[in-house]
Write a protein that binds this ligand. Structure first.
Ligand code: NAP
Length: 228
């Protein structure tokens, strides 16, 4: 089942390279492939221009969100959280219907400055908004609680058995996604429950951001330690 990744930022690129290395055919979705491929300046967070990155990852194609979403049974939403609903709308509700939609985005709102706040929060989540907007897609929230490098290489941390969460209404979709997480090297995969439990996974972000500030590195993750 080839994964398609909607998003050309750090997360989209990192997941695409990892799935490609696992033998999946991967295509990245973007608003305007010509414009994305033509970018020559470094990305805002310091990533290499897309064309340079693509040259180093020859087998990974670039298509519009709509073209990319037409191809696979599994779609990964790795777009900016403030734009995810628009990006998925561009992908097309009909093209997303019945598909597993892995949502790794975070609803970070920078409009009030730094640090960002969450929007939505508490009584709603971005994952639920996506599920409501695309009711026939099978949304599974996961991987949003860690840095992109750790998503695809959990063993890079000294204590490899740290935790990843999954939330979603469709048990079969969660099982498929759990298999992908295992293939990436994740071992402690915690099923939080239905899609409303994504609120908890998204509300980890304020803590994640402060840990990033305190530790001075994004190379850390949460580890859930159970009682004996
Ligand atoms: P990002 O800069 O947050 O998002 C880049 C993607 O969003 C691009 O594909 C871009 O489209 C799309 N986008 C931006 N504005 C848009 C708009 N108005 N309409 C449609 N699409 C739009 O990239 P990222 O850092 O890789 O993060 C991706 C998601 O993962 C975010 O939700 C983030 O919070 C979450 N996340 C990130 C990390 C991390 O390590 N960075 C870790 C966990 C979760 P184009 O391709 O057309 O430019």
């Amino acid at each position: 089942m080839p994964p398609l990744i909607l998003g050309t930022g750090t997360v989209g690129r990192t997941l695409a390279a990892a799935f490609s290395a696992l033998g999946h055919e991967v295509v990245l979705g973007t608003r305007d492939p010509g414009a994305t491929a033509g970018r020559t300046s470094p990305e805002p967070m310091g990533g290499t221009p897309f064309r340079e990155w693509q040259a180093e990852h020859g087998g990974i194609g670039l298509e519009t969100f709509a073209e990319a979403a037409g191809r696979s049974a599994l779609v990964v939403n790795a777009t900016n959280g403030a734009a995810s609903l628009a990006a998925l709308a561009a992908a097309g509700e009909a093209r997303l219907a019945t598909k597993i939609l892995v949502d790794v985005s975070n609803p970070l709102d920078f409009s009030q400055g730094m640090p960002p706040v969450l929007n939505p929060v508490n009584t709603d989540s971005l994952a639920e908004r996506i599920q409501r907007a695309f009711p026939d897609a099978r949304v599974v929230k996961t991987l949003n609680t860690m840095n992109a490098g750790i998503m695809v290489d959990p063993g890079r941390l000294a204590d490899g058995d740290h935790s990843v969460f999954v939330s979603g209404d469709d048990p079969a979709a969660k099982e498929t996604v759990t298999g992908l997480l295992r293939a990436l090297g994740h071992r402690d995969i915690i099923d939080l429950g239905d899609i409303t439990t994504a609120r908890g996974a998204e509300m980890v972000l304020p803590l994640w951001l402060r840990l990033f500030g305190a530790l001075g590195t994004p190379d850390f993750n949460f580890k859930i330690v159970r009682g004996g």
